[in-house]
Design a protein around this ligand. Structure first.
Ligand SMILES: [Zn+2]
Length: 336
C-alpha cells in the first residue's frame, strides 16, 4: 500500500508518494517513489492555495500509478503549527499568509477518499527521525529541530506525546532564564531566545568585534553573520567564536537537562545547527555539560546524537505522519 505525504512550509511545499518496504514485523521503512517540490505561493485565500496543492497531488498520484504503484492508503500532512489533530485543522500558522482554520483533513479527504492525518512539522520530524532516522530502535527519544527556531518532538514508550491541548513537545519555549530575552513566541527567557539560529544571528551581528575571524569571513558585512560563519571561525580557533559557542552550549545543555529530567530519554536527536557543528564543536562538549547537570543514572545510557535524515527530512516527516504504524494514530483520538 502507498502513502501520500505533504509537507507545507512558508517558502516551499513537498509532495511525495511512498511505499512501505519490509512490512509485517512492524519495523518497516517507506521508500519514496515520486516527489514534487515546488515553491509555496500565497494568493491570500487558502482555498485557492489548497486547490493548487490538490491539483499537484492528483498529477503525482497519476504518475505513481503509471509507475505501478498500488492504491493510496492514507495522507499525512506536516505543517507549521498549531494544528488541531482531532478536527484535522491547521489553525493560524504565522508564516502561511491567508491560512487560518484550514480544514485540511476535510478537503484532502474529500479529494482522495482516504484518511488524512495532520501533525505540526516539529512533531512530524520527530516521528520521521524515530521511525527512519537517528532515533530508530528506541522507545524513548526526544528530537530538537535546531534552525531558525527550536522545535521539538517527544516519543515516549514508542508513542508521540501530544499533550492535553496538543502543545506537548514545544521544547524551544521552556524557560531557561527568568524574565530573560524576548522570544518570537511572545514569552521571555525561552530556550529558543538563547540557542535558536535567528536569535543567535541577531546577537552575533550586534556583538562580533571587527577583530574576530567571523567579521572577516562575512567580508565585513554584518548582515551575513550567523551560526554558519561562527562555526567556521570556531573551527579556526577564533577566541570570540569559541566563547560564543561555549555560551550557546551552556544554554543548550540547560534545556537538555530539563528534557532529561522530564522524559529520561534513551536518545536525544539534534537537528540542523548541531549537525553542522558536528562532534568536536557540539556533541562532545555538549555531552560533558549535560552529564554535569543530571544524575549519573540518567546520563549513563543517554545518547545525544545528530539527526540522520538531512535533506530528506520534509518528505520523510510527511510520510511518517501518513504511516499508520508510526504510533501517531493511537494518540490522535478525535475529540468527542
Ligand atoms: Zn518562546
Amino acid at each position: 500500500m502507498a502513502l501520500l505525504g505533504l509537507d507545507i512550509g512558508g517558502t516551499k511545499r513537498v509532495l511525495v508518494i511512498g511505499e512501505r518496504v519490509g512490512e509485517r514485523d512492524g519495523d518497516h521503512t517507506i521508500r519514496p517513489l515520486v516527489r514534487r517540490r515546488t515553491a509555496m505561493r500565497f494568493s491570500g485565500d487558502w482555498r485557492v492555495d489548497l486547490a493548487s496543492i490538490v491539483a499537484d497531488a492528483e498529477v503525482l498520484v497519476a504518475e505513481a500509478r503509471a509507475g505501478g504503484c498500488g492504491p493510496l492508503e492514507a495522507i499525512g500532512v506536516a505543517a507549521p503549527g498549531p494544528v488541531d489533530r482531532g478536527a484535522g485543522l491547521l489553525r493560524n500558522p504565522p508564516n502561511l499568509p491567508g491560512w487560518r482554520d484550514v480544514p485540511l483533513a476535510q478537503v484532502l479527504g474529500e479529494a482522495f477518499g482516504i484518511p488524512v492525518r495532520i501533525e505540526n512539522d516539529a512533531n512530524a520530524a520527530a516521528l520521521a527521525e524515530h521511525r527512519f532516522g537517528a532515533g530508530r530502535g528506541t522507545e524513548d527519544m526526544v528530537y530538537l529541530t535546531m534552525s531558525t527556531g527550536i522545535g521539538g518532538g517527544v516519543v515516549s514508550g514508542g508513542r508521540l506525546v501530544v499533550g492535553a491541548n496538543g502543545f506537548a513537545g514545544e521544547l524551544g519555549h521552556m524557560p531557561v532564564v527568568r524574565g530573560g530575552l524576548r522570544c518570537p513566541c511572545g514569552l521571555r527567557g525561552c530556550l529558543e531566545a538563547y540557542v535558536g539560529g535567528q536569535a543567535w544571528a541577531k546577537r552575533l551581528r550586534r556583538r562580533t568585534p571587527d577583530s574576530s575571524r567571523i567579521h572577516a569571513l562575512a567580508g565585513g558585512e554584518r548582515a551575513k553573520i550567523g551560526s554558519e560563519l561562527l562555526l567556521a571561525a570556531a573551527e579556526e580557533g577564533d577566541a570570540f567564536a569559541l566563547a560564543e559557542l561555549a555560551r550557546w552550549l551552556d544554554f543548550l545543555a540547560l534545556g537538555i537537562a530539563s528534557i532529561v529530567m522530564a522524559f529520561d530519554p534513551e536518545r536525544i536527536v539534534l537537528g540542523t545547527i548541531a549537525v553542522a557543528a558536528g562532534e568536536s564543536l557540539c556533541f562532545a562538549p555538549l555531552r560533558e555539560r549535560v552529564r554535569a547537570l543530571v544524575w549519573p543514572g540518567q546520563s549513563e545510557r543517554l545518547e545525544i546524537v545528530p539527526a540522520a535524515l538531512g535533506a530528506e527530512l520534509p518528505e520523510q516527516a510527511a510520510l511518517a505522519v501518513a504511516d499508520a504504524g508510526s504510533g501517531f494514530q493511537a494518540n490522535a483520538r478525535p475529540r468527542a
